[in-house]
Ligand binder design. Structure first.
Ligand SMILES: Nc1ncnc2c1ncn2[C@@H]1O[C@H](COP(=O)(O)OP(=O)(O)OP(=O)(O)O)[C@@H](O)[C@H]1O
Length: 248
């Protein structure tokens, strides 16, 4: 089976400083992949290179089996994303914002209400998005990413700034989307506990280098919590669980 995301030996420097160093990443189809790293580790930069918002210096990216080259790629229409803070027309309603997104994507309006319902924001009526809580905006961002029923979701820190209830709701929602639609999900966060609750596989990045990709099931079976594993990796300590073989 093709991987949903395959990154091979990707490196990027900005103004002479390396920010991504020989990254390999494999997100399997149908899984939730938690991309874990401290602030500044390189999570957003890698996600931007997937879309070629920033171009890698070396290395390759394959999304849903398609090699991504410079410029637009038809496969992007099968991918939903939240990369950096989502921007909305704050004086417009959720529905109106979704309509504009449909026009941009060349999609019909028929999925709008269903997607807003899925995200629990179908009842917001004419309320301007500028008056939404952060949690509601995050749901709207997810609704926008989900609108075309994508095969892959790429979500950069979608729980940032949410309160505990909001975090739980987004977690449950993503798991539901993953189970019901078999959507592959790549989600980045620096919140270790949260990723351990949602992800099948964890990829750990530090100072622009991918340290390991490891199965949560395997960690759990060995009675190792993600924090212990993470700290062990960063400290160069005993890993106890072998990461997946890395790259080619
Ligand atoms: N346009 C840029 N110019 C210079 N340096 C950059 C640029 N974009 C990113 N960097 C640097 O690359 C490194 C990785 O940043 P990045 O935003 O990818 O990390 P992150 O893991 O997403 O962090 P956070 O969790 O804080 O969002 C940081 O040291 C950052 O300062």
């Amino acid at each position: 089976m093709t991987n949903a995301v395959e990154v091979r030996h990707l490196s990027k420097s900005i103004e002479g400083s390396p920010i991504l160093n020989d990254i390999c990443m494999n997100v399997r189809q149908g899984e939730v992949y938690g991309f874990l790293g401290a602030n500044g580790a390189g999570k957003t930069s890698l996600m931007k290179t997937l879309y070629h918002i920033i171009f890698p210096d070396t290395g390759t990216v394959c999304l849903l089996g398609e090699t991504i080259n410079k410029g637009n790629n038809p496969v992007f229409s099968r991918i939903g994303s939240i990369i950096e803070s989502p921007v909305f027309y704050s004086h417009l309603s959720a529905y109106e914002n979704m309509e504009l997104h449909c026009r941009y994507m060349g999609a019909g309006y028929e999925n709008i209400m269903e997607t807003l319902s899925l995200l629990g924001i179908a009842e917001t009526g004419k309320k301007a998005v500028g008056k939404f809580s952060l949690g509601m905006k995050q749901r709207l961002a997810l609704a926008r990413a989900m609108l075309t029923k994508p095969d892959l979701l790429i979500l950069d820190e979608p729980i940032n700034g949410l309160d505990p209830q909001g975090i739980i709701e987004v977690r449950e929602l993503l798991l539901r989307i993953n189970h019901e639609y078999h959507t592959s999900i790549l989600i980045s966060s620096h919140i270790l506990d949260e990723l351990s609750k949602i992800a099948d596989t964890i990829g750990i990045i530090d100072h622009g280098a991918m340290l390991a990709e490891v199965s949560m099931k395997e960690l759990t079976a060995k009675g190792i919590d993600l924090e212990t594993y993470y700290l062990g990796l960063l400290g160069g300590g005993e890993k106890n669980v072998e990461p997946y073989p890395h790259g080619n």
